[in-house]
Each structure stands twice: as C-alpha cells, then as structure tokens.
Design a protein around this ligand. Structure first.
Ligand SMILES: Cc1ncc(COP(=O)(O)O)c(C=O)c1O
Length: 398
C-alpha cells in the first residue's frame, strides 16, 4: 500500500475512534452520569429485537427512551405517587402528548377559562383542525363544569392554581364531575408542584407539569412530564416517541439535580410569598392582591385543605393606577427581573396583559379580572427582607 494511503487511513481512524469503550472503573459514580448518546450499540439482531419489542429492558434509540429521561420520570413518578410517568421536551410537549394520546376527531374537551395561553391555543387553534372541539368553563365552579359536559366530552383540563389570579381548583370535586360524565380529568400542576398538590391522589386521571418552572427551578431547561396510571400507558409513551416529543438527556440530568432541592425551595418560596402578599395587601397602591394564603382569598379554605398548609410561590396584584403604574413599578423594581416565566430561584415578575394573556381580547381579560395594572410575581428563595425591599422600591415609583 502506498505510504500516502496508509497515513490517510490512520488519520481517519484517529478522527473517529470506534468502539467507544469507557475505561474500566473499580468504583461507580455517586450520581447518574449524563448519557449524551443518540443511539446504543446492540450485540446482535436477537438483542435488538428483544430490546425494541420491550421483552428486555434497555436502550436502543434515545428518542424512544434514555437513562436520564427515565431517571427523571422515575423521580417525578415517586413525587406524585403515580403508577407511570414519562418526560417530554417541554410542558407544552407533555400537554400535546396527553391530547394526542386521548383524543380523536369528534371528541370534545372542556378547558378551564384561566389556562396558560398556549394550552388554550393548542386546543382551540391546533386540535380543532383535527376535528377536536372545546369550550371554556370556570374550573373553580364544579357545578358549571357539570352543566358544560356533553356526551362527547372526553377530557376536562384545568390548572391546580390558575394563572394569573391564583384561584384554586377543587380537584376532587372536578374529578367526580369528569368521571360521572365518562371523561377524564387532566390537571396542569405546574404552579403547585407535587410539594403542594398530588392531583392523582385526589382522583385526577392524568397530571402534567412544565418542569421548566419550579420543578427544575433554575431557568436553564425546558422540560415537561406526564404522570398517570398503567392502563393504556403504552399509548402515551408511543405518542411521545412517535411525535418526537421526548426529552434530551442533558436537560433531564439538570432537572433531576434541580428536583433534589424542590421541597426546600418550594417551602421557602411559599413562606416568602405569604410575607410578600401580606405586605402588598396593606399598601394603598394595590387595588387587589391575589394569594390563596390570604384569609380573604375566595379559595383560602380549599387551599388550606388541598395544599396541606402551604399556599405556593405565585401571587398577583393589581395596581390602582392601571397600566401606567405597572410600567413605573416594573422600571423601578430593578432587582425583580421582568421575565414571562416562573419558578426561578429569584423572584421574577410578569405582566399578564402584555405577555401570557396578550392573546385575549380586552373584554375577555376584563371578565377574568386582568387589567393593565395586574402584575404577577413568582416569589423566589431570597431573604424575605430582600423581597420586601425590592417591592418597596417598585411601589415608591407608583
Ligand atoms: C401553567 C403552565 N403550564 C404549561 C406551560 C408550558 O410549559 P413549557 O414552557 O415548559 O412548554 C407553562 C409555561 O409558561 C405554564 O405557565
């Protein structure tokens, strides 16, 4: 063989060394490593067949399953006391997976009237093209939901704590209504997290969460999860893999780490949120403060019962001075970043009229009680003094 060819062969081998065998290790890592691999090598066709058919547990292709997404799903499954869980690439991917797994053309869905905007968009703009119809209903009024059920209603979809006015939904009551009507109750538990509420234990049939928020808690991944019962679960995992809604290994690894401190963070953020709500409620600049921990909140008693004494990290308030006051507050409260998300370590704020609820007409927003002066706070785990000082800075400018 000519000298030049030999060198070329050697060079290409150096660039693509195969097989990739990890060094022998007498010890195992304490934490699960990141399996940043798209595909796994099979010994032979028999093994491939047995893995792909599910006869043998293991991994072949990362979109179907990977160790980091399975580990994360297992953690969340445990937190919810669920029979099954699957992770998805975002909260919306989780919501889409539920819809695609449960619905078919001709089916009808009842949607809470204070749902996250994209969730409403999924059902009202996307699934309608596939022949699925929906109607909005006040999910805090179980009797209204019962009246709105139709023989074609397959799913009732609500959030445990609504956005942005933090109303609390009676999950047990709604689960009964759904079941009586032959439908399933799907709960978006993103605002509550399993620290506050485990909807499956209250009778909900399926629960999903955006892990992007307080579950991961560090604003550095987009992920979601679906939890439910074993019955028909293959349909759910099949939809996730087939539509490519699955979760990438590195993000799952980060979220599994974040979830390790969820209970501590949620506890501290709840305490801080109650302190912030109590202070805001005393201020004349605030026309209204929405937090279920306040005795005057319409769902205070339900929240006490359903959330075992905690009230969560989310609160909203409406400034009496309307949009102009909100703008001044947002500029002045410099240490509270204006981020249309939630669940970070730090306190952040959002302005529903210009972000999450911009898709609604002014009349629809007014009917829900959202005005230009409404500000939503996602309370973090700073010292309560730091949060109070930051709010005072904003209010001073109002
Ligand atoms: C209540 C709620 N549910 C679902 C989602 C969607 O989650 P993701 O952004 O991870 O897709 C969000 C996003 O803001 C949300 O606030």
């Amino acid at each position: 063989m000519p000298q030049e060819n030999q060198n070329n062969e050697r060079r290409s081998e150096d660039l693509c060394p195969r097989p990739d065998v990890p060094p022998a290790m007498p010890t195992e890592p304490l934490v699960t490593p990141i399996y940043q691999a798209a595909v796994y090598r099979c010994d032979d066709p028999d093994q491939a067949d047995s893995l792909l058919s599910g006869a043998q547990r293991g991994y072949v292709y990362s979109r179907d399953a990977n160790p980091n997404s399975d580990l994360l799903a297992e953690r969340v499954r445990g937190l919810h006391g669920a029979e099954r869980a699957v992770t998805c690439g975002s909260g919306m991917a989780a919501c889409a997976a539920i819809a695609l797994a449960h619905l078919t053309s001709g089916d009808h869905v009842l949607l809470g009237d204070q749902m996250y905007g994209r969730t409403q968009g999924l059902f009202e703009k996307e699934l309608v093209r596939l022949g699925v119809t929906s109607a909005r209903v006040d999910a805090c009024d179980a009797a209204a939901v019962a009246r709105a059920m139709t023989p074609r209603t397959k799913l009732v979809v609500c959030e445990t704590i609504t956005n942005p006015l933090v109303r609390v939904v009676d999950i047990a009551a709604l689960a009964q209504v759904a079941e009586r009507g032959g439908a399933r109750l799907v709960v978006d538990n993103t605002f509550a997290s399993p620290v506050l509420c485990r909807p499956l234990e209250l009778g909900a049939h399926v629960v999903f969460e955006s892990l992007t928020k307080i579950m991961n808690g560090h604003s550095d991944v987009l992920l979601g999860v679906v939890c439910g019962s074993s019955a028909g679960w293959e349909r759910m995992t099949g939809v996730v893999a087939t539509y490519g809604l699955s979760a990438p290994p590195f993000d799952c690894w980060l979220a599994a780490r974040g979830i390790g401190t969820l209970a501590l963070r949620a506890e501290k953020a709840s305490t801080n949120a109650l302190a912030a709500a109590e202070i805001l409620a005393e201020r004349s600049e605030c026309a209204a403060v929405y937090y279920p921990g306040l005795a005057k909140h319409p769902d205070h008693e339900l929240a006490r019962r359903q959330f075992a004494g905690r009230f969560g990290s989310m609160l909203s308030f409406t400034l009496a001075g309307g949009s102009a006051a909100a703008e001044r507050f947002i500029h002045a409260a410099k240490s509270i970043p204006f981020c249309p998300s939630l669940g970070d370590l730090s306190t952040t704020l959002s302005h529903p009229e210009s972000t999450s609820h911009r898709g609604l007409t002014p009349e629809q927003r007014a009917a829900l009680g959202i005005t230009g002066g409404t500000i939503r706070l996602s309370v973090g785990i700073e010292s309560p003094e730091a949060i109070v000082a930051a709010l005072a800075e904003g209010l001073a400018a109002v």
